[in-house]
Write a protein that binds this ligand. Sequence first.
Ligand code: GTP
Ligand code: MG
Length: 286
Amino acid sequence: MEASMPKRKESAKSLRIKVISMGNAEVGKSCIIKRYCEKRFVSKYLATIGIDYGVTKVQVRDREIKVNIFDMAGHPFFYEVRNEFYKDTQGVILVYDVGQKDSFDALDAWLAEMKQDLGPHGNMENIVFVVCANKAKVGVFSLNFVFQIDCTKHRCVDESEGRLWAESKGFLYFETSAQTGEGINEMFQTFYLSIVDLCENGGKRPVTNSSASFTKEQADTIRRIRNSKDSWDMLGVKPGASRDEVNKAYRKLAVLLHPDKCVAPGSEDAFKAVVNARTALLKSIK
Ligand code: GTP
Ligand code: MG
């Protein structure tokens, strides 16, 4: 009787979780998992066929976690296979390639696919999502030298854009490189910790500081400013608007995005762009 006591206590602390990977083909999902579990990188592309399944054990605080990882194929061809596997998931690793804009633009479609497969009763709110901006050129600094630089092609989704998308949805965000290993351990540790917090929080996703620190209006405005085609568009006024109209629009945006008030990723650049747009327009208006 006495001998069985610690065992029971131990099992109460152990946890079994299900994690899936999602994202377009070739963004690096399998390599991220391989880098973490096997500490190696494979440069040759070996497309996942349907699903790869693996089990790993991790220690988080005083808990032993048995992680069932379902690594999904990103190619649309495997949709029928994937849709069996969305159910009963506690954590999602959502990956895009920072050098492939379409893989970033596809993230919403991945969420939509999962939502559709979970059906009307599925709850995406209680799943921990971590967004990996993969193939990122993250470097380690030492004695004024930078080494371990990912050699991927030109980056076209910058950090603030990815972070804004992730954090405005309450998701975790990490810059990763499966090639160099940068960001991978940190990402998994935070991810597993959040899943444990979720389980200990009665299955509800814990609120992260960042998700509560800026509003949807601020996030949408930064995105609109990024995509604006000229200074008029940026300030949200019609071409040929008066000085008063320009100043009024500027003041509204300045209140929303001023660096003292707004901590959303990209707000500083957006604020500077608005200041420049106003200056340019006031110069051009007689
Ligand atoms: P599917 O299984 O088809 O959905 O693709 P995947 O997302 O699992 O991609 P995979 O991990 O197989 O990697 C695709 C290609 O990108 C391979 O050639 C990898 O070597 C390469 N790759 C993965 N991660 C990185 C990275 O961080 N940096 C660089 N430079 N290449 C990477
Ligand atoms: Mg794969």
